[in-house]
Design a protein around this ligand. Sequence first.
Ligand code: B12
Length: 216
Amino acid sequence: MQRKSSISGDDSRMYLAALLRGDTHACATIVRRQIDAGVGMREIFLELFQDALYSTGKLWEMNRISVATEHLATSITLSLFHLLYPMLFAVPRTGKSAIITCTPNEHHYVGARMVADICELHGWNGYFVGANTPIEDLCHLINEKRPDVLAVSLTLYSNLPALLSLLEGVRTITKELPIVIGGQGFSHGGVDVLDEYDNVTYHGTLDAFETSLDQG
Ligand code: B12
């Protein structure tokens, strides 16, 4: 099906307002309306879920909403992911797989979860291990699953030392596994540090990552 590429400003505003007042039902109604109109998963992820969470973050930073409201917004967002799953199960499998993890100490995992679902949308198995997976256990999983890619999410630049420890840990078991890094952690620069590592690529956007999936 040909998918529309964008969501109306009215829907985006209504969605954010519903999210901030904790109205899961209203949020779900808006998401379902997009699905029925043929809007794709990527657009719903980026133009509804991501935009609303970025706005939530700004409001929290300005002290205009409480931590509880921000937590509620996150939990509602995560609960809405399942509405999109029928799109994933319709995709033919490629036989490829990726493990998706957050950097140690990194509690932000919504973006990584999107990356995992985008893998599924491209017919890959996306093994999402979320936040707080110890490096040793991650290495065991890599040995077990033999993925084609390891995708790592970094939101806080202050977690860079933990990211480097992860890279070093993974490189003790495999030199070849392509590792893709993404997330807001490098949005203000600093990505050059990854040049030290072979076969490690930074993708600033989900689009760039998707292109690499189709090429891989
Ligand atoms: C929800 C939230 C939390 C929740 C997270 C819950 C969860 N289950 O994830 C909780 C409450 C835990 C939290 C805690 C903190 N948070 Co917070 N949080 C947020 C918030 C509001 C939303 C995060 C989110 O889900 N965004 C939406 C997703 C979809 O966006 P994304 O992560 O960028 O992912 C996209 C891309 O980056 C990319 N991507 C992501 N990962 C990867 C990986 C690969 C491989 C690829 C290819 C792409 C990719 O794809 C995604 C889709 O486009 C943000 C605001 C914001 N700007 O994001 C603040 C924010 C990130 N948090 C912030 C802060 C400061 C904190 C705390 C330090 C607060 C504190 N004092 O305790 C702690 C740190 C905890 C920790 N150690 O990690 C700041 C960070 C500022 C900075 N520049 O460093 C932000 C920006 C808020 C703000 N405006 O100030 N937070």
